[in-house]
Design a protein around this ligand. Sequence first.
Ligand code: MV4
Length: 451
Amino acid sequence: MFKRLLIANRGEIALRVIRACKDLKIETVAVFSEADRGAPWLAQADRAVCIGPARAEHSYLNADAILQAAEQTECQAIHPGYGFLAENALFAARCAQHGISFIGPGPDAIRRMGDKVEAKRTMGAAGLPVIPGSHGTLADVDEALRLAAEIGYPVLLKATAGGGGRGMRRCDDEADLRRAFAEAAMEAEKAFGNRALYLEKFLAAGRHVEFQILCDAFGNAVHLGERECSVQRHHQKLIEESPSPVVDAAARAAFGPRVARAAVGFGYRNAGTVEFLRASDGRLYFLEMNTRIQVEHPVTEMVTGVDLVAEQIRVAALCPLALRQDDVCFQGHAIEFRINAEDPDAGFRPDPGMITAFTPPLASRSGVRVRWDSAIEPGYRIPPHYDSLVGKLIVHASDRAGALQGARDALKSLHIEGVRTTIPLHLRILDDPDFRRGDYGIAFLDHLLKI
Ligand code: MV4
């Protein structure tokens, strides 16, 4: 096992990684930008090193500064968390060149899944269902028009180098597609430095269902079930739950192992998430793979009892998975609420500033477990330079109804003063009849907010 590990991240996920390291008896080195000097999570690490100014490009995205900090403090591994350098193949390769273990998959796997056309080809070849569309990138608008006529409108133009919904264009007819093609290519060039596009049949009224997998360096893999992540706005998830209200035990047991095998098939290792669009006919179609630990990993941890971050570190240290598929049991229901410092009444504009008062959430009933993943405390000033997540409330109970009940109590017991937060919006969602029935898709939140 590693003796010392550097955490190349901040906030709640930095604290989450520090906790896993404490359990594994690994020393921790935290890095921080000047905006995060004296931040609460830094005191939990064995050491903290400043890596540059507030702007992320000069600190949390500064590979040179992070590698230098890791070498100076003699760290054997770097955990990237999520965001920042977590899915940067070049950074993973540079860690290897420095003899440092990157806690994640190898650079080739990161690169392959970062190219959305290559990811789709890989997963399709591995037997996962993919959405009908172009086989590879489109040479020009004429190829797009020919293909769209074949598969039928509406279609969706996607950027090969995009992902997470960035650079997508829905086209309802030929005129739409003619207009959108050049624009989308230009936007993709500007945003990702790659103008390549591909095309798919547009599937309406879908749900976002993602499977968690865990693979070691020896070709062993397990799946840890799915998460339902359809409550989102502008591709920012707000609520995630496991199990999905629409995936039963038989579907999970049939589909999960296929997902895990597909990842082993191209040499994947470490934790990963495979995203699917669940169409209105109930079929799951591969969308993309995220080669990192995700914000919403705690719902899976609460349902399976597996410490995903500790497992990430173990498999990176070349420990074989101690867990076989038969050992993974799914118990009860977990739901996560992202508490962001945002104003839901102002288009979710970030609302950074001082937390003047703070009371953590409580579990008020027996049979309900509450987890609060956060690095805030009273008097903490949320800097304006990073994302607006201030904490994640995760609630577990024996069934979904119990989890929703416990969630309402917990959200009401959680007090954050000084900044606007998403807490009132969560309470409103909890009261929505469609949400309560589990009858919601990716359009749910947009509809709720328009009323
Ligand atoms: C789609 C789709 C409908 N049809 N592809 C958005 C994020 C990216 N991973 C893929 N996305 C979508 N791809 C086809 N062929 C609808 C979406 C989509 C979506 C997917 C998951 C979660 C939220 C979403 C919100 C809007 C659109």
